[in-house]
Design a protein around this ligand. Structure first.
Ligand SMILES: *Cc1c(COP(=O)(O)O)cnc(C)c1O
Length: 228
């Protein structure tokens, strides 16, 4: 089951890339393992998945010691400032930076641990009440303000796009993200290399790839529907 799901997904990513004239290796797959138990995650890892995403600090830190240390962990959910210290030495990328106070704390904890943390700015592209993230029109100014932090490296943008039954309707939002991403690259911020546009989930990853995503975060297609 798991191996077939992964095989099918990788094939679909590859086909989508070729159809829009992109190289398959220009899209990184982050497998979202929230609510999935460590044994099933281990199995998925044995089929070649190495980039894993969790949205809760508690879940990430409890699974962390149970999985191989070559795993690259991504924090993809809303992060409270007081919990940054628990993950700072465990994650490769914090994708969900949505306030200056949070950035400040990540910088502080990174300094303490003598590291530089890669981060993405989470953008609430649909401007939905229910979602976290910086307003699209404030994202570039926010990026500028991050320049103040020595121990943070801004790598790009992340979004959880609005959900539509008909996934084609998400395309305008993804186009908007792509524009914002290019504008951010165009700012040519010193010390930063802006190369990650994280968008696309199980229902809309193909459209995300067509609209320039460099990182998709996929859960339910791999592991099945989640049971909370
Ligand atoms: C759960 C989650 C995903 C994956 O969602 P699926 O629809 O299961 O692919 C991606 N990104 C974030 C931030 C999530 O919380």
């Amino acid at each position: 089951m798991l191996s077939e799901n992964i095989e099918k997904l990788l094939k679909s990513i590859e086909e989508t890339c070729y159809a829009c004239d992109r190289k398959p290796n220009s899209v990184m797959l982050v497998a979202v393992t929230k609510t999935v138990d460590p044994d099933r995650i281990s199995e998925a890892v044995s089929y070649g998945l190495t980039e894993l995403g969790e949205n809760k600090v508690q879940e990430l830190t409890s699974k962390y010691p149970l999985l191989p240390n070559f795993i690259k962990w991504h924090m993809i959910g809303h992060l409270q400032r007081n919990k940054v210290k628990y993950i700072i030495d465990k994650v490769k990328l914090i994708q969900s930076v949505d306030s200056l106070k949070l950035a400040e704390e990540i910088d502080r904890q990174s300094k303490k641990n003598s590291l530089k943390m890669d981060i993405l700015i989470e953008v609430n592209i649909g401007e939905e009440e229910s979602k976290f993230g910086i307003k699209p029109e404030e994202a570039l100014e926010f990026a500028l303000s991050l320049q103040a932090f020595q121990n943070i490296r801004l790598r790009g943008l992340m979004t959880v796009a609005p959900f539509f039954e008909d996934s084609e309707r998400v395309r305008p939002y993804m186009k908007k993200m792509q524009t914002l991403f290019k504008d951010l690259q165009g700012m040519a911020l010193p010390q930063q290399s802006i190369d990650i546009l994280s968008m696309g989930m199980s229902n809309d990853y193909r459209i995300a790839i067509e609209e320039g995503s460099t990182m998709i975060r996929v859960g339910s297609i791999i592991f099945g529907e989640r049971h909370y």
